[in-house]
Design a protein around this ligand. Structure first.
Ligand code: HEM
Ligand SMILES: N[C@@H](CC(=O)c1ccccc1NC=O)C(=O)O
Length: 310
């Protein structure tokens, strides 16, 4: 089809839509009020509704400010945390499934899950701008009511760190008063991380993964294994021949990057809100959080960058 024919076809199509729209406007919207279609279901006395399916009475009754008198901004604080926890629930669901798919050599499904997680991470990182509207003065007016509660006690956050390979048994005692959370973290501590599963997958695909890495104690944090760097160098320098492995490596790099961006935005929000005060959870605060920026899930995938082209 020539360019002229395409544009005249497009013009005809647009004017058709225009006519259609005008007609609909004339017929169905009067006084800027939309007429409701006859078929719209209104009786939910014996049907599942939006609210019942989503358990909204439960969800929307879970915002209970503790400040007295109630501080206007505590609702923001609660909802920022609750939405984070909801998204973390999905992140955990996807990452745990991705680890299983890797174990089953189903890389495609694992990558699809990781792609979804990356979008959630972006949403979570963006969301910090909402909390940044909370001024230090406003926060100081209800901070005292939070007692020793702290994000440090987020079981789902810790679980995500564990699934990604940043295991730390010393985190567990914090959850002793919550048997369900404690059991979940114990289970994840003992299970191979997504990186362990990926390296085992690579080994099954014929890549030369050292036995010391495959047999590592998975209850500990993954530590930099220099022997892995030549393997990744090979994959990166022959990406076209190892596309699936190469793509998976880059997806993991994105995951770690996104995780660190969330940590950084948290740190900056903390800094602008409480400065150098100690945390309600008992840590030094900003100084403690800064140290997390030195942690890494997939050190060899970053180390390989130094080697590329050499
Ligand atoms: C004004 C808002 C916030 C302040 C001032 C703040 C402050 C802090 C501080 C000082 C810590 C260190 C632990 C402690 O001693 O308490 C911490 C840890 C943590 N916070 Fe927040 N936080 C804020 C918002 C949030 C939000 C919205 C989340 C989302 C769930 C969150 C999640 C976490 C997590 C997961 C940790 C543990 C981090 C780690 O172990 O590296 N925080 N926070
Ligand atoms: N650790 C914070 C308090 C805080 O932010 C917080 C308190 C209760 C539940 C979640 C929280 N979020 C992150 O730490 C502080 O020291 O002000």
């Amino acid at each position: 089809m020539s360019t002229r024919r395409i544009s005249s076809w497009l013009a005809a199509d647009c004017s058709l839509h225009q006519a259609d729209n005008n007609e609909r406007l004339d017929v169905s919207v009067e006084k800027n009020t939309r007429k409701l279609d006859k078929g719209i279901v209104r009786d939910f006395s014996s049907r599942m509704s939006y609210a019942s399916y989503l358990q909204l009475p439960t969800l929307l009754s879970a915002q209970q400010p503790v400040s007295q008198p109630e501080h206007h901004d505590e609702l923001l604080f609660i909802i920022q945390h609750q939405t984070t926890e909801l998204w973390l629930k999905l992140v955990l669901h996807e990452l745990r499934s991705a680890a299983v798919w890797l174990r089953e050599d189903d890389l495609g499904s694992a990558l699809k899950g990781i792609a979804r997680v990356k979008h959630i991470q972006k949403t979570l990182t963006e969301q910090w701008s909402v909390l940044a509207t909370l001024t230090p003065t406003e926060y100081s007016q209800f901070r005292g009511f939070l007692g020793n509660s702290s994000g440090f006690q987020s079981a789902q956050y810790r679980a995500v760190e564990f699934v990604l390979g940043n295991k730390n048994r010393k985190m567990l005692p914090v959850f002793e008063s919550d048997p369900q959370a404690h059991a979940m973290l114990e289970e994840l501590l003992a299970a191979p991380s997504i990186y362990d599963e990926f390296l085992a997958y690579l080994s099954r695909q014929g890549f030369n993964v050292p036995v010391s890495v495959l047999d590592r104690d998975v209850t500990r944090a993954h530590e930099f294994a220099p022997e892995l760097v030549p393997l990744f160098k090979h994959i990166y320098e022959n990406a076209a021949d190892n596309w699936a492995a190469y793509e998976a490596c880059e997806e993991l790099v994105d995951l770690e990057d996104n995780f660190q961006l969330w940590r950084f935005r948290h740190l900056r929000t903390v800094q602008r809100t409480i400065g150098m005060k100690t945390g309600t959870g008992g840590s030094s605060g900003v100084t403690f959080l800064q140290k997390a920026l030195e942690l890494t899930f997939f050190p060899e995938l970053f180390a390989v960058r130094t080697e590329i082209g050499q």
